[in-house]
Design a protein around this ligand. Structure first.
Ligand SMILES: Cc1cc2nc3c(=O)[nH]c(=O)nc-3n(C[C@H](O)[C@H](O)[C@H](O)COP(=O)(O)OP(=O)(O)OC[C@H]3O[C@@H](n4cnc5c(N)ncnc54)[C@H](O)[C@@H]3O)c2cc1C
Length: 383
């Protein structure tokens, strides 16, 4: 049997960030993860610390863009070692992203990104500063730089888990209790008691809520069918501006476990219709899309793959992502979803606000359980 101030269930960015913040406040914390740290969504993330520009593609600011506005600043502080949770040493893949418009995109959207409203968030840049991937006389659009850094999700997980190395355990927990009140948590035969339990298990929250009979709200899953392009490609951290409210493609560049360069591609291509496509269909569609959007690159010389992932969030009537991070108290449980990697600091603030009080047990107990390792991003294809 072991007792802690807080038991955090889930080893993605939500659980890791929150556990760090609680530990920094002096609380004794245990973090329990069913699988390797970051498995699920965090290591599948493109690593973009959104400030909301992507959600302003309809040509106006939205709730989503406003809620995200402060996040690049919060992460930059953490990268510089300021605040309770520090990220010094995390790999910044790019300090900014590029927004690039397709030829023929309505001037309203393009002028919005150059407008006063977006000043400080996005600025138009001259051709000589364009990223290498767009340096072709055949490309006739406009390019903006947005101050939204792109981080390597693997190094984020490694950095956040380092201070918690004595506090994280691997295993599937079972819960006893009802109506949101946990009486006991058991993991591999060990009983754990805590004053508060934080559900930060991403898609796993659905099962945990069911075990406890929490029905006040539900979870929704929004699947994605991402594209992976592998080969000798230049770095390209970008959001493509098309005519719709969603970008046709969002690209980030990563290095796989064998040192090969890959583009990890999301955006509209990975959403609704993309999810319906089989792997073969998505690859064929992906090749055709890349040829249409960037015809100056010979896509025949690159390998294409796909990977599926699920975004887990609180249910909304519209089926869209809710605008901010979600933290709801039920009994002695806080159910949380950051809804974006970028919103992890916001989520953690909400959790800490619910748990404020005097820490009881500063020294965490050590348990005879396995430790979780860091998981694998989806572009490590194992070939
Ligand atoms: C393809 C893709 C790209 C994305 N790109 C971005 C981006 O560029 N920028 C951005 O801001 N957001 C992005 N997101 C969203 C972001 O990744 C998620 O919002 C965030 O990672 C969610 O983190 P989490 O910790 O809540 O969940 P997860 O990362 O899914 O972690 C859940 C954890 O809970 C554990 N778990 C599950 N069940 C149990 C259980 N019963 N007991 C114990 N542990 C359990 C799992 O093992 C895992 O460790 C992206 C998402 C996807 C899918």
């Amino acid at each position: 049997m072991a007792r802690f101030d807080v038991a955090v269930i889930g080893g993605g960015v939500a659980g890791l960030w929150t556990a760090n913040a609680l530990k920094a406040k002096g609380f004794s914390v245990v973090l329990l993860s069913k699988t390797a740290l970051g498995d699920g969504q965090t290591l599948a993330a493109q690593g973009v610390i959104h400030g909301g520009s992507k959600y302003a593609l309809a040509g106006k600011l939205t709730d989503s863009s406003e809620q995200l506005a402060a996040m690049p600043g919060r992460w930059k502080d953490a990268l510089e070692g300021k605040g309770d949770v520090t990220l010094q040493g995390v790999t910044v893949l790019s300090p900014h992203q590029y927004l690039w418009s397709l030829p023929g995109v309505t001037s309203q959207v393009v002028s919005f990104f150059g407008s006063k409203l977006m000043r400080g968030r996005a600025g138009s840049i001259p051709r000589e500063d364009w990223p290498e991937a767009l340096q072709s006389p055949h490309y006739k659009g406009r390019v903006f730089r947005i101050d939204e850094p792109v981080l390597d999700p693997v190094s984020v997980v490694q950095r956040l888990s380092a201070p918690l190395k004595d506090d994280c355990y691997l295993g599937d927990c079972s819960l006893t209790g009802c109506d949101g009140k946990i009486d006991k948590l058991t993991i591999d035969g060990i009983e754990i008691f805590a004053d508060k339990y934080v559900f930060a298990a991403g898609a796993g929250n659905g099962v945990l809520m069911k075990q406890l009979g929490i029905t006040d709200f539900q979870m929704q899953l929004r699947p994605l069918h991402q594209l992976i392009i592998r080969g000798d490609l230049p770095d390209f951290y970008s959001v493509c501006i098309g005519n719709g409210p969603k970008p046709p493609i969002v690209t980030t560049t990563h290095t796989d476990s064998k040192g090969r360069t890959i583009w990890w591609i999301g955006g509209d291509i990975a959403e609704a219709e993309g999810v319906q496509r089989s792997e073969e269909e998505q690859i064929a569609y992906g090749r055709a899309t890349m040829k249409r959007l960037m015809p100056w690159i010979n896509w025949n010389s690159y390998e294409f793959f796909t990977a599926r992932a699920n975004r887990a969030e609180p249910f909304t009537e519209s089926g869209d992502r809710p605008p901010g991070a979600f933290c709801r108290a039920v009994g002695n449980v806080l159910v949380t979803w950051p809804t974006k990697l970028a919103l992890a600091p916001d989520l953690s603030d909400q959790v800490v606000a619910h748990i404020s009080g005097t820490p009881d047990r500063a020294d965490a107990e050590q348990l005879p359980l396995k430790r979780p390792e860091t998981g694998n991003p989806p572009w490590n294809l194992g070939d």
